[in-house]
Write a protein that binds this ligand. Structure first.
Ligand code: HEM
Length: 485
């Protein structure tokens, strides 16, 4: 018996020693022999992907990268096989280069049966889906969406006015919550032809709440995917409550999709929303280029891609505005000087205000929704937006909110505005950029026209919050008072 135990112990010790030896050799190889060994960066990050994983899981990845770039320069080795760039030229070199493909490990798309959609790493699939969806994002389509957007922003302002009336002339609202309600309702309408009614009810639809809680899970999966076969095991270790929530989420999305799709099939609404655009594309081509399952996968994606990003951008813009009273005043002057009444503010008229656009750009510079890498492979290479946008190598006073830097006669003529590509460039450039700009302009202008805003609590810099790929946004409590405009 003791002999058997002794033998087992001996085998375990040998196994452990073997594994430890392999790990040590791998670490030494990564530091001293790997082809990327000459790139600058800390040894701990170059030695193992665990350092990267720890930063990603602690929510501080964007700030850590910012520190590394400040210390080591525009190119830093941030994992054994990954380089991070922040110099403006890297945008074109990486994302404008058709020979550098998207990264399937990050997106978990190396697995078979991954639902196919516009974000697929297969370029042929991507192109087919992108073409089919383009119809929903043209200027013409956006002008068709105008009433949906204007009505929803109008409804949000009405809810604020009601709160103000019941609060004796002052309302305190959480603009992080409300901008989430708004953008998910827009996404619901354009994806499924049906709002989630979060703005109307003043609280998140349970489906939206679940969607927003996916952020950390996605960051975890992105990290775990680097440690195959751990990623396969994790699926079975998922807590039952989480699995149930995911199932509920899938079920509701499926039902909503079927309703919208059936309506389009039986007679066709002829709308330029997302489903309408794809079905029209199929009809135009005279064959089913995008099958039903792919249309559904695109809707699941678009709900999130269109809402989380835009609400985060609005949160960043409003956070930085509230921290910078001079910029807020200048914005008030522009908006209130341009319109006689709230009803005059619609998507066409609001696109002509330069300071509004500069404020949007500056807010996104300081809190980019896609704050960190969207890696491309040869080795993993990416431009990381947060450190690129906050770097003194690219922007003067990078931590100050100065919208004027985006206007002619900028106080900082040496700023590298070509480092600012929050919607990416190249063939995967954001398809929703115009739509996002439209929603942001309209929301900001209406809000600023109708209310005087003041922070109800101390507002820290947007970048001090954590990111788990998506930002973990803290509430933004704001006092609203009817303006005299
Ligand atoms: C401020 C708001 C937004 C920002 C900052 C943003 C940013 C981005 C970025 C950086 C990408 C590139 C991702 C990659 O290649 O890995 C992207 C792609 C994409 N975005 Fe946006 N986005 C915003 C709003 C929207 C909206 C409103 C929609 C749609 C309703 C949308 C839909 C998409 C889609 C479908 C893609 C994939 C495009 C492709 O691969 O061809 N986004 N976005």
């Amino acid at each position: 018996m003791f002999q058997l135990l002794g033998q087992l112990f001996g085998h375990a010790l040998m196994l452990f020693t073997g594994i430890a030896l392999i790990v040590i050799l791998k670490v030494l190889y990564n530091i001293y022999l790997h082809p990327l060994r000459y790139y600058p960066g800390p040894k701990l990050w170059a030695a193992t992907r665990l350092t990267w994983t720890h930063a990603m899981q602690s929510g501080t990845y964007h700030r850590k990268l910012h520190e590394l770039h400040t210390k080591y320069g525009p190119v830093v080795r941030i994992a054994p096989d990954e380089l991070s760039y922040i110099n403006p030229e890297a945008w074109k070199d990486i994302y404008g280069n058709r020979n550098i493909p998207k990264n399937a490990v990050w997106a978990g798309q190396e697995e078979q049966n991954h639902p196919i959609s516009i974000v697929s790493t297969n370029e042929e699939t991507h192109l087919r889906n992108r073409r089919a969806l383009t119809g929903a994002f043209t200027e013409h389509a956006i002008s068709e969406h105008a009433s949906v957007l204007e009505d929803l922003v109008g409804l949000m302002i009405t809810r604020f006015k009601e709160q103000e009336a019941s609060g004796q002339g002052k309302a305190v609202v959480d603009l992080v919550d409300w901008t989430n309600f708004l953008t998910f309702d827009v996404s619901g309408l354009l994806s499924y032809g049906e709002s989630f009614s979060s703005v109307d009810n003043g609280r998140a639809h349970p489906w939206v709440e679940i969607s927003c809680s996916f952020g950390k899970g996605i960051a975890l999966m992105a990290s775990i995917n680097f440690f195959s076969p751990l990623n396969k095991v994790l699926k079975y270790a998922m807590p039952k409550a989480v699995m149930e929530k995911m199932e509920y989420h899938k079920q509701i999305a499926h039902e909503k999709f079927l309703q919208r799709f059936d309506a389009e099939e039986s007679g066709g609404k002829g709308k330029q929303d997302y489903v309408g655009s794809i079905v029209a594309y199929n009809k135009d081509k005279g064959e089913v280029k995008i099958p039903k399952e792919e249309i559904e996968a695109n809707m699941t994606l678009l709900i999130f891609a269109g809402s989380e990003t835009t609400s985060t951008a609005l949160a960043a813009i409003l956070t930085q505005l509230l921290q910078t009273p001079a910029a807020l005043k200048k914005l008030e002057d522009e908006v209130r000087g341009a319109f006689e009444s709230e009803e005059d503010i619609h998507i066409a008229s609001v696109s002509k205000l330069p300071y509004v656009d500069a404020v949007i750009q500056e807010g996104i510079r300081m809190g980019p929704p896609a704050s960190i890498a969207l890696p491309r492979v040869t080795t993993f290479i990416s431009v990381n937006q947060y450190p690129a946008f906050r770097s003194p190598m690219n922007f003067t006073q990078p931590d100050s909110f100065v919208p004027e830097r985006f206007l002619p006669g900028s106080p900082f003529p040496s700023d590298r505005l070509d480092a600012f590509e929050p919607f990416l460039m190249g063939r995967h450039k954001c398809i929703g950029q115009k739509l996002a700009m439209t929603i942001m302009r309209l929301t900001l202008a209406r809000l600023i026209f109708v209310f005087d805003m003041e922070a109800a609590e101390t507002v820290p810099d947007f970048g001090e919050q954590n990111t788990y790929i998506f930002w973990e946004k803290k509430p933004l409590k704001v006092k609203l008072k009817a303006s005299a405009a």
